[in-house]
Write a protein that binds this ligand. Structure first.
Ligand code: ARG
Length: 348
């Protein structure tokens, strides 16, 4: 792990939130601090220092990082989420409060829908600061709980450390396997002891997945083909219920669910569709204008730092903190309705 004894001049040309908010004064004030888990400023900023093309560039090692390094994290959180120090977070996972009928009943635009939340266990260090034994304990406990689930959620756990070649290939074909060696996670310390303690659970239908010890300790995922957002959210809510009745997750009234990356705080939710928008893809300013109104983030379909192929985009909610889970999904749903409407107008 890089030691940052001096101000990292290399971020000066970066447009990340880290580069914007890490002033020399803040650096001096925070550089010698350590959290209870021995997490330092050097660790918190290493991903953004090593990767100047970061959008954000910082990671927390534990809940205390958000307090101890607040002079850096607070303005980043404010700029990303519009959530200030006094603001409170509230959760609402009740599917009855969501109005998200399928925006594409004929199946012409939306290829698939996926909603995930991140969770970390209360009282444990987050991924960037955890050790091998604790990480393996989490894998044990969570995979045991998952393997006891019944009904629609029942399925199988695949540990990265002892996975058969056949299972590995089939998980890759389904795009379920998380990628090793992501340089942002690597520099954040999130790939330590790879692949130990990591794995993937999925149900028989492949509509419910849990990633264990990737960027967060749990990524709980509900997904299916097509645009039935309501159904995807309902399944996710029941999976979260099942897990939270057996594990206590880290949560604060101000930051909501605690995650290693500050962009995921709050609901820790990313609700997305893969959607084909060939006409809008020739009018990217329009696409971006609509995205802005509905607080959407646009990505390519090959993951976070990819670009669009054949006019197919990954469209998701951008806001996650200071609004409820229902509102996150509502943002995404309403934005997708608007995108489809404009796509149809352009096609004429
Ligand atoms: N650290 C990366 C960056 O700043 C990712 C930030 C948001 N994404 C995430 N998976 N946490 O670009």
């Amino acid at each position: 792990m890089a030691k940052t004894q001096e101000y990292p001049m290399s971020i000066e040309d970066s447009s990340s939130l880290l580069a914007k908010h890490l002033t020399k004064e803040i650096f001096e004030k925070l550089r010698d601090k350590r959290t209870v888990n021995d997490y330092t400023l050097a660790q918190a900023i290493n991903s953004g220092v090593q990767n100047p093309d970061s959008g954000t560039g910082v990671y927390a090692g534990d809940e205390q990082s958000y307090e101890m390094f607040a002079p850096l994290f607070d303005p980043i959180i404010y700029e990303y989420h519009g959530h200030s120090k006094e603001d409170k977070h509230q959760s609402d996972l009740n599917p009855a409060n969501l109005k998200a009928p399928n925006p594409d009943k004929e199946g012409k635009y939306i290829l698939s829908t996926r909603i995930r939340v991140a969770r970390n266990i209360q009282g444990l260090p987050l991924g960037p600061a955890i050790d091998k034994a604790k990480r393996e304990n989490i894998e044990q406990d969570i995979s045991n709980i998952l393997c006891r689930s019944r009904g629609e959620l029942a399925g199988t756990y695949y540990s990265l450390s002892n996975m058969s070649e056949a299972d590995r290939l089939s998980l890759i074909t389904d795009h379920f396997l998380f990628k090793a060696g992501d340089r942002f996670l690597q520099a954040a310390g999130l790939n330590q002891d790879w692949p130990s303690g990591r794995g993937i659970f999925h149900n028989t239908d492949k509509t419910f997945l849990v990633w264990i010890n990737e960027e967060d300790q749990l990524r709980i995922i509900s997904m299916q083909n097509g645009g039935d957002i309501q159904e995807v959210f309902t399944r996710l809510a029941s999976a979260i219920d099942m897990l939270s009745s057996q594990v206590k997750f880290a949560y604060s009234d101000h930051l909501g669910y605690i995650t290693s990356c500050p962009t995921n705080l709050g609901t820790a939710m990313r609700a997305s569709v893969h959607i084909r928008l060939p006409n809008l893809s020739d009018n990217t300013q329009e696409l971006e204008a609509i995205a802005k109104i509905y607080h959407l983030q646009i990505r390519g379909i090959h993951g976070e730092h990819s670009s669009s192929e054949d006019g197919v985009y990954d469209i998701s909610n951008k806001r996650r903190l200071g609004i409820t889970e229902v509102q996150c999904v509502q943002d995404m749903h309403d934005g997708v309705v608007a995108l489809i409407k404009r796509e149809q107008e352009l096609a004429r």
